[in-house]
Ligand binder design. Structure first.
Ligand code: AMP
Ligand code: ZN
Length: 459
């Protein structure tokens, strides 16, 4: 049983092997806490939560750190707008992030470092970079000198012109090279700041992650994750800083990046007005539905957040909870390990769509099992497989009570949809329309798409 992961820097899949046998270190870039998390921010949290669960099955010790960026210009602006210290904004949205992630069944990481608790260590790392000739002070700023690190650009595969254009780098007269980036910047009196050898200021974003990863996980870490937008410049800069601060030792062995989430085929952005906050979505749909929807696409692929996707997630959960309800009379055999059929696809670079299909297959065996032993075994497998994906965290009663559905409904609805498809195929449109109306009266709307008919509840 070996885990294979796609390593961004190797541009291909590799067998995963931790640096130290039996002990895995993983760092994931966490949220900047100036607002509620949107559904795109939830994707890395959920994807790397599944990876964390898989690693825990495979290794006795998994040290997972996911940071909180609690000093940032957007936080400062929010604090100025409200007339409160930055700590008030950061505490409010850190709490909201914890609540939202718990609602999505995301396990807390082992370590959750905050930037404001690491300023002395950040200053010390910058001093090491200056002393080694990789960074220099200029007008109250400290900059990393990119030409001092010949490997720069290896992760993102960009050439120099693309890097300079892509980073939207400020052209500042004090920079020795246009690609140089900020490690430390001066603060005006109304901005948060700390005393440093270069005057009162605050750290740049990239150095924070390098410092916190070093402090909590060591110089070389096994897995570093985040969204694909972080490959450049954030992770490229982390590599430059950490490698140069550690005398050339490797910083990260496996780089993993999740694809981006779109909303109804469009980029999610403030200017399009289509940003969906997890906090708001949770008023409309259960957290488990949101979680499962995020796992319906492979993590490296783009994910289109649509009404159909949520309907599919809801139906999948109705099926799983329906099977669990039918299994209520039996006591589950408690397997220590999740079933191979669910674990296997996850070992293959976290293939969650295939793992979910296998979980549904187990639910089907629960429907056809004959003896009590078979039922108990099916229940144990269903629960262990679901746990690996962070699903089936509540009782069937709680689930169906909340969604107002029940498992018989699901079977009946799907039987009616099949009958309608058959009627359409024999061009009996009167019957097809009659069935659609019957479903409408049950509060079910149908949507015919190129991949067949999907349905969702409207009440
Ligand atoms: P931020 O708080 O903006 O630093 O983002 C936190 C995490 O969310 C990072 O790993 C980002 O790459 C990720 N992220 C932001 N927007 C999206 C999106 N639309 N789809 C997927 N991941 C995203
Ligand atoms: Zn980071």
């Amino acid at each position: 049983m070996t885990l294979k992961v796609y390593n961004t820097i190797a541009r291909g899949e590799q067998p995963f092997e931790p640096l130290e046998p039996g002990r895995v270190t993983m760092y994931v870039c966490g949220p900047t806490v100036y607002n509620f998390a949107h559904i795109g921010n939830a994707r890395p949290a959920v994807v790397f939560d599944v990876l964390y669960r898989v690693l825990q099955v495979l290794y006795p010790q998994v040290i997972y750190a996911r940071n909180i960026t609690d000093v940032d210009d957007k936080i400062s602006q929010a604090a100025i707008d409200e007339g409160v210290p930055i700590g008030v904004i950061a505490a409010r949205f850190t709490r909201a992030y914890h609540e939202d992630m718990a609602a999505l069944s995301v396990l807390p990481p082992v370590i959750e470092p905050r930037v404001t608790d690491h300023v002395p260590q950040i200053i010390a790392m910058i001093e090491r970079l200056v002393a080694a000739g990789h960074a220099y002070e200029a007008e109250g700023h400290v900059l990393f000198h990119v030409p001092s690190f010949p490997d720069y650009g290896r992760l993102s595969g960009r050439d120099r012109a693309e890097m300079i254009a892509g980073a939207r780098i400020e052209v500042a007269p004090y920079k020795r090279d246009p690609a140089d980036f900020v490690l430390w910047k001066p603060s005006t009196p109304e901005l948060p700041g700390w005393d440093s050898p270069w005057g009162r200021g605050r750290p740049g974003w990239h150095i924070e992650c390098s410092t916190m990863a070093e402090q909590h996980l060591g110089e070389t870490i096994d897995i570093h994750g985040g969204g694909q937008d972080l490959i450049f410049p954030h992770h490229e800069n982390e590599i430059a800083q950490s490698t140069c601060a550690h005398a050339g030792r490797e910083y990260v062995r496996y780089w993993m990046h999740n694809g981006f989430l779109k909303i109804e085929h469009e980029k999610m952005s403030k200017s399009l007005g289509n940003v969906r906050l997890v906090h708001d979505l949770l008023q409309e749909v259960p957290g488990e539905t949101i979680r499962l929807a995020l796992l319906l696409a492979h993590y490296r692929k783009p994910l289109d957040w649509t009404a159909d996707l949520l309907a599919q997630a809801q139906q999948t959960l109705d099926r799983l909870y329906g099977a669990l309800r039918r299994l209520e009379p039996v006591t589950a055999e408690a397997p220590d390990l999740p079933p191979d059929s669910v674990l296997g696809p996850l070992l293959d670079d976290l293939n969650t769509p295939r793992a979910l299909a296998e979980l549904l297959q187990i639910a089907r065996t629960a429907n056809t099992a004959g003896s009590d032993e078979e039922l108990a075994r099916a229940k144990g497998r269903l629960l262990a497989g679901a746990r690996l994906l962070g699903l089936l965290g509540q009782s069937p009663d709680a689930w169906f009570g909340r969604t107002g559905a029940d498992d018989l409904d699901v079977e009946r609805i799907e039987a009616l949809i099949e009958a309608r498809t058959a009627a359409r195929a024999r061009r009996d449109f009167a019957e097809a329309d009659r069935i659609r109306e019957e479903l409408t009266s049950l509060g079910i709307v149908l949507e015919d798409g190129k991949d067949g008919t999907t349905w969702r509840r409207v009440r």
